[in-house]
Design a protein around this ligand. Structure first.
Ligand code: C2O
Ligand code: CU
Length: 481
């Protein structure tokens, strides 16, 4: 039995011990102007299944899982010195930040990979406030899968009025009985299906039995999904979370649809959680994304102390907008982006090309080359960096609509670097709440239209953030010239 189901049974039986310390206790590095933050990739250990289990040998930034929370200021220069303590090259991608391509951390397109023992200095000014994250963009399935990721918080000029803010990096691990990372990162079954799904889900690198809260508190939860493949759909029993930002960008505040806060890999959601329970109460936080696999991720454990306030607060704060240019869908150039491949649909049955200028291969030849997914019948070569096909070339400043059509049997969180796009429609129906995202779920047989202003020059990666799909073809370049 996997730990995800084991833990849910424990919770159902009331066997969880007293409230553990708040897992929000990740070391934070508050940045100071002119002094670079120092990050070092290397080996680390983590109590992923909780303090009663053996530690797992992992890879981490500054030997912590997740890496330190970086808190930086909107519009203020930021510098990070990354030293590579791994035995293989790496880079750091600042996921969701609209910064110059040279600082985006994509090997060869942004910078040479950082060799073992070398240091690279990143320097940029984040234009947008919000919840972002950082992770390597080299051998990502393994490097991120072994634990190299961390939260990157760009603070608003005016702090938002809440009682407490919690940053939760959600992750998912495939562990063996000794609590060690199990199996290869490129198992063919994972590549052709839903990616490398694990058996232990963590919040900030551990399995917290409970999260201590006080009645009447207003929390800002910054949720980040750092998993390779697992989607989360969190239900806060007895509570009504209000969504205030998606992928870092403020939206129209709204109740989580169906009470479920959904996060695909790489997505972030900021929610306002009013702690409306009674002193001493316990409420489960359940993850029910996959049918028949609902489990208790953790629970809210209310202290016995008197409520922080008697009357509930008014509607949640609307965050100030970031300076993301508004696209003009009427005047936009349009590009169709079609996903094919994977199990249950005969792999890329239409065939395709691999790499820039590659010759056309049929389905069997693609599979032999390790390609199981295509975008517009083009694939990024597995294991090769620097030969990613260009899917579209956009003029700098032009409004663009991407119409993504998913002909596969799997959901794909599609991520565009260097820009945020507005999610316009799903299967033709308008998407509410002004959703600006850098990563959008495209469900099986779904068509999703997004629009953005191509204002950031460079060659930008556009890929599925299920790393097992990305490394088996599902990546291309959107060029802004
Ligand atoms: Cu979060 Cu191309 O990555
Ligand atoms: Cu995918």
């Amino acid at each position: 039995m996997n730990s995800i189901s084991r833990r849910s049974l424990l919770l159902a039986g009331g066997a969880i011990a007293a409230a553990s310390a708040c897992p929000g206790a990740v070391r934070a590095l508050v940045t100071t102007a002119g002094i670079p933050v120092k990050l070092r990739t290397g080996e680390a250990e983590a109590l992923l299944s909780g303090p009663k289990h053996a530690a797992t040998r992992t890879w981490g930034f500054n030997a912590t899982i997740p890496g330190p929370v970086l808190r930086i200021k909107q519009g203020a220069p930021f510098e990070a010195e990354v030293t590579n303590g791994l035995a293989e090259p790496t880079t750091v991608h600042w996921h969701g930040l609209r910064i110059p391509v040279g600082m985006d951390g994509v090997p060869f397109y942004s910078q040479p990979p950082i060799k073992p023992g070398e240091t690279f200095r990143y320097a940029f000014t984040p234009p947008d406030a919000g919840t972002y994250w950082y992770h390597p963009h080299f051998n990502s399935a393994e490097q991120v899968g072994r634990g190299l990721s961390g939260a990157l918080i760009v603070e608003e000029a005016e702090p938002v009025k809440v009682d407490r803010e919690l940053v939760w990096v959600l992750d998912d691990w495939r562990l063996d009985k000794e609590e060690q990372i199990a199996g290869p990162f490129t198992a063919r079954h994972d590549l052709v299906h839903a990616g490398r799904l694990g058996n232990v889900a963590t919040i900030n690198g551990t399995s917290p039995g409970s999260i201590a809260v006080r009645a009447g508190e207003r929390l800002r939860l910054r949720l980040i999904n750092a998993a390779n493949a697992r989607f989360f759909a969190l239900k806060f029993e007895g509570h009504a979370p209000q969504v205030i930002a998606l992928d870092g960008q403020p939206c129209v505040p709204h109740a989580a649809p169906g009470g479920r806060v959904v996060l695909a890999p790489a997505q972030r959601v900021d929610v306002i959680l009013d702690c409306s329970g009674k002193p001493g109460a316990r409420h489960t936080i359940e993850d029910g994304y996959y049918a028949r696999q609902t489990y208790a991720l953790t629970e809210l454990a209310y202290s016995d102390t008197a409520p922080v306030r008697e009357n509930p607060l008014d509607a949640p704060i609307r965050l100030p907008a970031n300076p993301v240019p508004a696209p003009d869908p009427g005047a936009a150039t349009r590009h169709d982006i079609v996903f094919e491949g994977g199990a249950m649909r005969g792999f890329p049955s239409g065939g395709g090309t691999v790499g820039e200028g590659g010759k056309r291969l049929d389905m069997r030849e693609l599979v032999r080359a390790g390609v199981f997914w295509t975008i517009n019948q083009q694939a990024s070569p597995p294991g090769e960096i620097g030969k990613t096909p260009v899917l579209a070339t956009l003029k700098r400043g032009e409004s663009t609509v991407l119409k993504m059509v998913n002909k596969t049997a799997f959901a794909h969180p599609m991520h565009l670097h260097g820009h945020h796009f507005r999610v316009l429609t799903r299967n033709g129906a308008p998407v509410p709440h002004n959703q600006l995202r850098d990563t959008a779920i495209v469900s099986p047989d779904e068509t999703v239209e997004v629009a953005f202003v191509a204002d950031n020059p460079g060659q930008w990666m556009f890929h599925c953030h299920v790393f097992e799909h990305q490394i088996s073809g599902m990546m291309g370049i959107i060029r802004v010239a």
